[in-house]
Design a protein around this ligand. Sequence first.
Ligand code: TPP
Length: 320
Amino acid sequence: MERPTALDLYRVMRRIRDFEERATVLFGEGKLWGTIHSYAGEEGIAAGVCAHLRDDDWITSTHRGHGHCIAKGADLGRMYAELLGRETGYCRGRGGSMHIADTSKGNLGANGIVGGGIPIATGAALTAKQLGTDQVAVSFFGDGAANQGAFHESANLASIWKLPVIYVCENNQYAESLPVKNAFAIDDISSRAGGYGMPGVRVNGRDVRAVYDAAGELIARARRGEGPAFLVADTYRHEGHYYGDPRKYQSKDEIEGWKTRFDPLVDTRAWITEAKLATAAELDAIDAEVIEEAKRAVAWAEAGPPASPISLPGDVYASY
Ligand SMILES: Cc1ncc(C[n+]2csc(CCOP(=O)(O)OP(=O)(O)O)c2C)c(N)n1
């Protein structure tokens, strides 16, 4: 991998991690509305996939969507403003963490409905096909969503119609408290792709290079008009399902052990320095830039006007 690509991937991953850590602090300070679902530990997937997407390509995201949003190029200030309930947020502070959309960058939205983004991405891909463009759509979703009917119906239709859509399943081992081994009769979720006549690829989601390579091939294939694909990235979430999850379904060993053993950012730093693509000091400099950028974004967001309840009816009803 070339140095600029490696550093871009690292920066995006660091940005996501920093966002999740900062959002957690803001939540603890009682400043956030709603709840948040941390993407920490899964950063390499959004970064590796979105690195191949243009602004006019689409993604659909999930309740655990900050990482997808950042990797697709969102403005951090507007993201924080949304979480903080400010008029300057992406949804004018009305949606919060689970409803951030940024259509200017092709992010068709996070979605509180598990599997809800899958048919939306499929529809976006149908648009590209009908208009004859080379845009692609990517739908990110969890292992839990892979058991929703919406996935199976969408995959079937996308394959029949050869739509340019990539289904990216982030298998973080749990759907809320349900371990993946209790929810699937198969070990390799990507093998389901065969049932729909599309390629299925399983990658180590901890390794951003593996995600980047696999996603690159599948996205290029879809752009050439060769149809949909299913990419499954094995990963692990560092935090509970949501902020404040008591995590009674996990042992102390698992919680503490995984977080230290499974860290895609530590891995990424290691291979970048080992391959001599950058020094540790250069990576530290990126970290410092990311921190400064995030501080400016939070300050900008906090200075924004609070979302006004007075205008709410106008956002809900339309007059004809
Ligand atoms: C249709 C629907 N069913 C159930 C829920 C409740 N719910 C919210 S998140 C979640 C688990 C989703 O697991 P997964 O798809 O693996 O994503 P992850 O949280 O692991 O990223 C569930 C069941 C929901 N929001 N929507």
